[in-house]
Design a protein around this ligand. Structure first.
Ligand code: SAH
Length: 236
């Protein structure tokens, strides 16, 4: 009942985003992106599809990159960091099997795009960024786009966010050699975590599920992310 109510609110918020003064071309680029890059490659969770149909990706990149913002590739967001290819965002989001009432932790706010996609789906997003410039930029953007269910923190995300834990789901959008222990501890029982794990150049996308009997991990395939830097990640 509760989850349904949240969903309705978010659908209304999504429509509001579509119906503001945004030029029509963006909605049509988004539709093409979702159809050709996401649905065509097997993503079928309606909540993920709806979210990606609504979040204005072009708002999360610099002006020079607006025309390529719905392309099938990652994009630079400044400070040597990148916003992932739309399909990777969709795949990681789908892997968490979200229902709508979750409190989710994201590590690596970056441009804020992934957090915005999650915010369209779940009850509340807690997101941590260690780079001050990206932290401030994304915070301003969340205000501008009225993502009131995103809570931000400027900190080392490898230590998690203890005061707000446990989380129903955790998504790490930077790669580390292993899953930081504090994040596993801050995941609720029945919760799911997704993170790129491996070397500094390439990683495997690992999904971890915490159950009453222990942990189950699944390898979702190869990927390439920027480094997760911090106490339980790479050294600076
Ligand atoms: N999710 C982002 C993509 C992020 S790129 C988006 O949608 O745009 C990875 C981000 O992780 C970078 O912004 C980088 O500064 C950040 N990062 C790396 N290590 C971190 C840490 N320990 N804590 C928080 N953020 C971190």
């Amino acid at each position: 009942m509760q989850a349904g109510l949240f969903l309705t609110e978010r659908v209304v918020a999504g429509i509001k985003i579509c119906m503001n003064d945004e030029p029509k071309k963006y909605a049509s680029w988004r539709k093409e992106m979702v159809e050709n890059q996401i649905i065509a490659r097997g993503v079928n969770d309606p909540l993920v599809i709806h979210a990606m149909m609504n979040v204005p990706r072009h708002e999360f990149v610099s002006e020079a990159l607006v025309d390529s913002s719905y392309g099938d590739f990652p994009l630079p967001i400044g400070e040597g960091q990148t916003i992932s290819q739309p399909f990777i965002i969709a795949e990681m989001t789908q892997s968490l099997e979200l229902k709508g009432n979750e409190r989710i932790l994201e590590i690596g706010t970056g441009s804020g795009y992934q957090a915005a996609v999650l915010a369209q789906i779940v009850y509340r997003v807690y997101t941590i960024e260690r780079n001050n410039t990206l932290f401030s930029q994304s915070r301003r953007l969340f205000d501008k786009l009225k993502y009131h269910n995103i809570v931000t923190k400027y900190s080392d995300g490898t230590q998690g966010w203890k005061e707000e834990s446990p989380f129903d789901a955790i998504m790490v959008t930077a790669g580390g050699q292993q899953i930081p222990k504090p994040l596993i501890e801050q995941l609720s029982e029945g919760g799911k975590l997704v993170m790129p794990v491996g070397g500094s150049f390439s990683q495997e996308l690992i999904k971890l599920e915490k159950t009453s009997e222990g942990f189950k991990t699944t390898n979702l395939g190869g990927c390439r992310f920027v480094k997760l830097i911090g106490q339980h990640g790479w050294e600076e």
